[in-house]
Design a protein around this ligand. Structure first.
Ligand code: ASP
Length: 321
């Protein structure tokens, strides 16, 4: 019997069209829906336009609605796989939230497009077909949410958008993709050795802020956050995990206010480490209580912190990063 797949359209360029003025915009009717018959796959497809939003409009509430819809589709309606279509600007964040929070074991693939439905060289249909093939593939199970773009498959945890317009925009820095779609074949060649899932039941603590560091940065923003109060702060630090000494007052203020501070690097590749022993260096930051991460980007670390803050933990927050 053909496998039953649910396609959840959320909007983005893949669901948009280019007008005569060259501008790209959403329309009431998703152009993808009329084109589905062109795809070549053995699945029984059901589709729903759960939202029709450009991805900069996607919020935590939308992530939650997607989580609930997917869990219902699997637990009550017997779907064998899920495909999500999404705008590429925040696709990696929706993918990682679902990767951490979804409580399902069937394959979940997410895709988008860099060129809208009627642009020359539009990549929407082929990306959708590839995502369907990935969602149908038995090997895609237990891999978390998979981002399928430009014939590549990436784990949600590390993938990021790297180019504003190029169709080869999605990359996994440091590690590379985990698989390929070569014509109609899905091929995996590596996997994460540590796949984590937190079946979060609610999101009450959602004020987690993300701050980028820079040469000469002062403590203004960090002190403001400490004074105003928030649930957590992620800082995109310099290099291997260092900050200008002029930030230290802000770091101390956050930690004194019992606000968790997670450090990632603003560098594209690599992990943060407490190797440097100077004022503002990683060694001192870690001793002060700042939490270091292993290769997550700022936007991903923010999601992980958010999920962990809403979850009963068996040990300290630091142990989870
Ligand atoms: N701005 C668009 C969006 O994220 C970009 C895209 O989908 O490629 O909705």
């Amino acid at each position: 019997m053909a496998k039953k797949l649910l396609i959840l359209h959320t909007g983005g360029t893949i669901s948009m069209s280019e007008g005569k003025d060259g501008k790209v915009s959403p329309s009431a009717e998703n152009p993808l829906v009329a084109l589905l018959h062109k795809l070549n796959h053995p699945a029984q497809l059901h589709q729903e336009a759960i939202f029709n939003l450009p991805s900069p409009h996607i919020t935590l509430d939308h992530w939650w609605q997607l989580k609930e819809r997917i869990e219902q589709a699997v637990q009550q309606e017997g779907f064998d796989g899920i495909v999500i279509t999404h705008g590429t600007d925040t696709l990696e964040e929706t993918a990682y939230f679902l990767d951490l929070a979804l409580n399902v074991d069937i394959p979940v693939a997410i895709t988008g497009a860099m060129r809208s439905s009627n642009e020359l060289g539009s990549d929407g249909l082929i990306n959708l077909q590839n995502a369907i093939l990935v969602a149908l593939c038995a090997e895609s199970q237990h891999k978390g949410v998979l981002v399928v773009m430009n014939d590549e498959i990436h784990h949600a945890k590390f993938v990021t958008k790297t180019h504003t317009t190029n169709v080869a925009t999605f990359q996994t820095p440091t590690f590379g993709p985990c698989g390929l779609v070569a014509k109609n074949r899905v091929i995996y060649f590596q996997q994460l050795n540590h796949y984590e899932r937190f079946p979060v039941a609610h999101l009450h603590k959602t004020n987690v802020q993300l701050v980028k560091s820079y040469a000469g940065m002062d403590s203004f923003l960090l002190t403001q956050l400490a004074q105003q109060g928030c649930d957590g702060v992620v800082i995109e630090a310099l290099g291997a995990g260092n900050l200008p000494p002029t930030c230290l007052e802000g770091i101390s203020a956050l930690l004194a206010a019992k606000i968790p501070v997670v450090l990632v690097s603003r560098a594209f590749n690599g992990i943060t480490q407490d190797v440097y022993d100077y004022l503002g260096g990683g060694k001192q930051l870690k001793q002060q209580g700042v939490i270091f991460t292993q290769g997550l980007s700022g936007q991903k670390a923010r999601i992980k912190l958010l999920v962990l803050l809403n979850q009963p933990l068996n040990s300290s927050l630091r142990d989870y990063f």
